[in-house]
Every structure is written in C-alpha cells, then in structure tokens.
Design a protein around this ligand. Structure first.
Ligand SMILES: Cc1cc2nc3c(=O)[nH]c(=O)nc-3n(C[C@H](O)[C@H](O)[C@H](O)COP(=O)(O)OP(=O)(O)OC[C@H]3O[C@@H](n4cnc5c(N)ncnc54)[C@H](O)[C@@H]3O)c2cc1C
Length: 390
C-alpha cells in the first residue's frame, strides 16, 4: 500500500521535496496543503523582475499542472493547516477536515513583521502583495525598512513610481545584512535613480485617510499613496503543540531535518538548525537553504540517510548590481577586501585563519571561486583555510 506524505506549504522547500521524491520513484502518495490560492511559485522575482515588469506571471510558477497530475501529487489550494497532531499523525484544516499521514514536512516559510503603530500594513511577501503593488496607481510610495526587500522593491519600481522614500531606523541601509562599503555602493546607486532614503528615522504611525496614507515620523508627516512595510520576518509556530514538537524561533531540527517528533520534518525559513560555524541554532532565509533542506528531508523519508552538507548562500539584485553572499559574515571577522573596480567589491571573513564567509558585489568569478572552497569544506569547516583561496 502507498504511504501518505503530507507537506504543509508550497514554497521553495516543498518544490525541492517533490523533485527528489518524484526522481527517486517513491512509493509515497503526496498531498500538499497551501494557504495560498495558487500553486507554488518563485519568490525572489516578486521584488525584482516580476515587480519591474520584465518577467510575466506565467513564468514564475515552479510546476505546470501536467507535472503534478503525472506524479499524482494532490495540491489543496486555499487550505491553511490549522493544527498538526504529531502523536496521532494527522493534520486538521480550518474547516475541521482531518488527513492522516505516515510522514509530514513542515514547510510554512515565514510571516512578515509589522509594527503596532501601522494601521492595515502592506507587505511584499507573496504574489498577491506584488500584484497589488503593480496594479495600484502609486505616485508617492513609502517603504519602511532599508533591508534587502525594501531596497530591491525601491530599485524595481524606481522607473515607474514618481516618488519613493525609504524610512530606515538605522544609520545606514542594509545594516544587519551586509558590509557598509557594499551597502554604500547600493545606496548611492538607488539615490542616483531618484529614490530618497531617510535614515535614523522612527515611525510614529501610519494611518489611512481619504484614499491617502499618512505616515508620521518623530519629526515629520508625509502624505503618501501607499506604504510598504519591509522590516523582516518571523516563524509562526502556532500550528504545532509545543508538548509534541520542540520550537524556539522556528521548528527545531537536527542535521537530518527531523523535528523532535517521529516522522515529522521541518525545512526552509521555518526551521531552526545548528550553524556549523558557531554551533548556535539559527533560522536562515534563503532559497539555497530551503532547497537543500527539502532534498535532505525527502531523502531521509525515502530511507536514504542524508545529512545537511551545504552552506546556505543568498543573492540580491538591485538595478544593475548583483550581490552574492555565503556563510558567516559579521564585520568583526572581516579579513580581506578586494576591489576590482568602482562597483565590484568582495569582502572575505575569517576566524582563526579559516574562511567563514564572504560577500561579493558584481563579481561572479570571486563568488564562484569562494563558493567552491566553502562547498568542498562543509563537512569540516575547521579545515577551510585562507591559503585555499589564493
Ligand atoms: C520578495 C522576496 C524576495 C526574496 N528574494 C530572495 C533572493 O533573492 N534570494 C534568496 O535566497 N531568497 C530570497 N527570498 C527568500 C526566499 O523566498 C525564502 O527563503 C524561501 O521562499 C523559503 O522557502 P520555504 O519553502 O521555506 O518557504 P516559502 O517559499 O515562503 O513557502 C511557504 C509557503 O507556506 C504557506 N503556508 C504558511 N503557513 C501555512 C499553513 N498553516 N498551511 C498551509 N500553507 C501555509 C505560505 O503561504 C507559503 O506559500 C525572498 C523572499 C521574498 C518574500
């Protein structure tokens, strides 16, 4: 008899799970439950090519319906899972329906953060959000947060929206995301394209009035057409019972992507795993991470014992700039800076003479070289030495 595997959420991690399961000719019947009205799609273009208009909606979906049909994968759209019952091995939907499983993967991604002072917040987290932003007539756009999503959205809309102002609490853009020298190049480029950035800015309130949005900071009031809140994400763990599954900032997993409950796995943005560099438990937002964990969980379900063995990496496209980064990149560990021209900069980070991460702006050759070194040494990160690079 075929065994039942249930996957909660249809994002990047889930797509990797179904790739692996279908490739390995498994004896599982696969059911995917997603709260969204559409099957899984690529998220990075939502703040990049799709938002700027250079990529059509048809091209962002992972799979065509024929693939799902061919592999008998049942996708339940607009079906949020309300509770996972680990002990009795079934899920419960909001409408009360129950579905049993032999194995289950939690792949619910993250939830965008907001502030209590923002009435009716808008985010850029899913396809609906991106379509709303494209359809709405916006002359004056406010973006709260100069992180990756806020900066990418501003960059993608700079040619179509008359006025864009980013409001950032910190003293520079991308403060927790990348090196100041790299952030400065990206900021300068955005400002040149007409985007304004207010730094050290505290939001007091955002309210809607007469089809306008009134944004108040501690020293000024702005009348805008739309305000986007891009201040990071968190994991919603409420679908599990904490007596059954260990949670912290995410669903806690071991190197096999297993949670503390038998036959239940967690992957991608919603999982919390142990970083091999510092042994700390971390939640990582990255396509490469979600995809890798999806493959690992699927292989373990199939009985092919597999441990996580890749270091996550991340990219951000802003205008003509492409930033690629990998590993642990805290500024106190900066070791070497390589500038090949005005816009191309690579920062390498080390600790006790081993390379622990890097950030590379507009230099795909540096990225490829450094990624290869880090990929090859994942299983023994202690052995990544500076001399491997040069
Ligand atoms: C605008 C944007 C741009 C990005 N750009 C980049 C980039 O350039 N590079 C990069 O590496 N990463 C990027 N990311 C991050 C990347 O998209 C995530 O790391 C990745 O999608 C995580 O995959 P996942 O499978 O964990 O979750 P997701 O892909 O987020 O999928 C989770 C799915 O689960 C659904 N879900 C949640 N709860 C439930 C429930 N209870 N029941 C049913 N379904 C549920 C969600 O609605 C969602 O569809 C970007 C993210 C966004 C939003």
């Amino acid at each position: 008899m075929r065994k039942e595997i249930i996957i909660v959420g249809f994002g990047h991690g889930t797509d990797a799970v179904i790739s692996t399961l279908t490739r390995e000719h498994s004896n599982y019947s696969i059911k995917i439950f997603t709260q969204e009205a559409l099957p899984g799609y690529h998220k990075p273009p939502l703040s990049k090519e799709f938002l700027s208009g250079s990529l059509s909606k048809e091209r962002i979906f992972f799979r065509n319906p024929e693939f799902l049909k061919k592999h008998k994968i049942e996708v339940f759209l607009s079906c949020p899972v309300k509770k996972i019952h680990a002990n009795t091995k079934h899920i419960e939907l909001s409408n009360g329906d129950k579905h049993p499983f032999d194995a289950l993967i939690i792949a619910t991604g993250s939830v965008p953060r907001t502030l209590d002072s923002i009435q009716n917040p808008y985010h850029l987290h899913n396809l609906n959000d991106a379509e709303l932003l494209k359809k709405k007539k916006i002359n004056k756009l406010g973006i709260i947060g100069a992180g990756f999503i806020g900066m990418e959205a501003a960059s993608s809309l700079a040619h179509s929206v008359k006025e864009i102002k980013i409001f950032e609490r910190a003293s520079r853009a991308l403060e927790s995301a990348c090196h100041a020298d790299i952030a400065n190049i990206l900021t300068k480029s955005l400002v040149t394209s007409g985007v304004q950035i207010e730094l050290n800015c505290l939001i007091e309130s955002v309210k809607e009035a007469d089809k306008k949005t009134i944004l108040k900071t501690s020293d000024q009031t702005y009348e805008l057409d739309h305000v986007l809140t891009c201040i990071g994400n968190y994991t919603d763990t409420s679908i599990v019972d904490t007596a059954e599954i260990n949670i912290n900032r995410g669903f806690m997993i071991n190197n096999f992507c297993e949670t503390s409950a038998k036959d239940i796995y967690a992957i991608g943005d919603c999982s919390e795993y142990q970083n091999p560099f510092n042994q700390r438990y971390e939640v990582t937002t990255s396509i490469s991470h979600a995809t890798h964990q999806g493959q690992i969980a699927a292989r373990n379900i199939l009985g092919i014992e597999s441990k996580m063995n890749k270091i996550p990496w991340f990219w951000s496209n802003q205008g003509n700039h492409r930033l690629q980064m990998m590993g642990y990149t805290q500024s106190e560990n900066e070791f070497k800076s390589i500038k090949t021209n005005e816009d191309s900069l690579t920062k390498i980070y080390s600790h006790k003479s081993r390379v622990i991460g890097f950030q590379s702006l507009n230099n795909p050759i540096h990225f490829a070289k450094l990624k290869k070194v880090m990929d090859e040494h994942y299983t023994n990160v202690e052995t990544i030495k500076i001399e491997h690079l040069f």
